[in-house]
Ligand binder design. Sequence first.
Ligand SMILES: NC(=O)c1ccc[n+]([C@@H]2O[C@H](COP(=O)([O-])OP(=O)(O)OC[C@H]3O[C@@H](n4cnc5c(N)ncnc54)[C@H](O)[C@@H]3O)[C@@H](O)[C@H]2O)c1
Ligand SMILES: O=P(O)(O)OC[C@H](O)CO
Length: 332
Amino acid sequence: MAQTIGVVGGGAWGTALATVAARAGHEVILWVREPEVAEAINSRHENSLFLPGVILPDSIRASTDPQTLGAADILLLVAPAQHMRGVLTILAPHLKSGAPVVVCAKGIEESTGALMSEVTSEILPSHPLAVLSGPTFAAEVARGQPAAVTLASKYQTVIARITEALGQPTFRPYGSTDVVGAEIGGAVKNVIAIAAGIVDGCELGENARAAVITRGMAEILRFAQSRGAERETMLGLCGLGDMILTCGSPQSRNMSLGRDLGRGRSLADILGERKSVAEGVYTARVLANIARERGIDMPIVQAVAAILHEGQSVQDAIEDLLQRPFRPELQG
Ligand SMILES: NC(=O)c1ccc[n+]([C@@H]2O[C@H](COP(=O)([O-])OP(=O)(O)OC[C@H]3O[C@@H](n4cnc5c(N)ncnc54)[C@H](O)[C@@H]3O)[C@@H](O)[C@H]2O)c1
Ligand SMILES: O=P(O)(O)OC[C@H](O)CO
């Protein structure tokens, strides 16, 4: 059944998800922050700022006006994690009562340590919530290339409704009831992808990168356990799947940022030339603090945070990791 899908956030991923909804036959309202993005989408059917080179379906209409979202039956929340609270606070009074909301951003709020589902439930308590997360580079999804995602909600009816609305042969949601688990993989893998990029930039070799990915997965599992997430969730699309994608390709903004750091560039220089968000930069610091406070062993996350935010050199951080005591592989 054709519905109206509202997409909050006109970056690359919001725009790609708008194409998914449009291909499924829905009317799509894309709420964007930048007037020039709205103008380009409505007049030329292209988001030339954040997703250049992809011609968008006519049924996507972009607007900067929060009131336009009042027509949406389902809302996809795709603002960057550090801006989600502010954006939802502005939009909340305009949304259709009880419309399901789907968290599609990947990150942890720096100022509170909250996951995006927690931020969303706080601001939109009467909207049933789902989380969509998995290995998905926006450009590939926007071009209609096949992808699969985890779609998690406490409510089977919400999973069924969103799956029916967005599911198609080239965009395959797999249902789950582990909401927190679905978020953790997507948020933490961005930090591990920066580490994998550093390994690449420093030319430490493929073996070292595989080691960082696997030991990074152990850190994800430890953090997930501390938050009551299910281990199996972390081995699914939103965990292992996204680690394989993001840590293995410089198409990832996080991985490529790490690679540039490994090649000796400064964080300020790298960020200064980008319009797009690398969520791992912000999640690294808050995650490292949470892990330290709760006694969760996350040495790779600590190393990335120290490089990004505490002025530790890449070489010293690598040396510290290599000098850690030997231990059993499966220890907690
Ligand atoms: N790009 C992808 O391939 C992809 C895939 C899956 C998930 N995600 C996640 O989606 C989320 C959005 O990323 P993206 O890739 O769509 O963004 P992007 O990097 O393409 O664009 C940046 C976005 O940030 C917004 N922004 C900048 N400053 C802002 C502010 N002060 N307040 C509110 N918004 C502001 C811009 O309007 C724009 O929508 C992130 O959490 C990201 O991890 C991205
Ligand atoms: O480009 P990145 O590093 O933000 O990764 C994009 C998606 O999260 C990959 O699933």
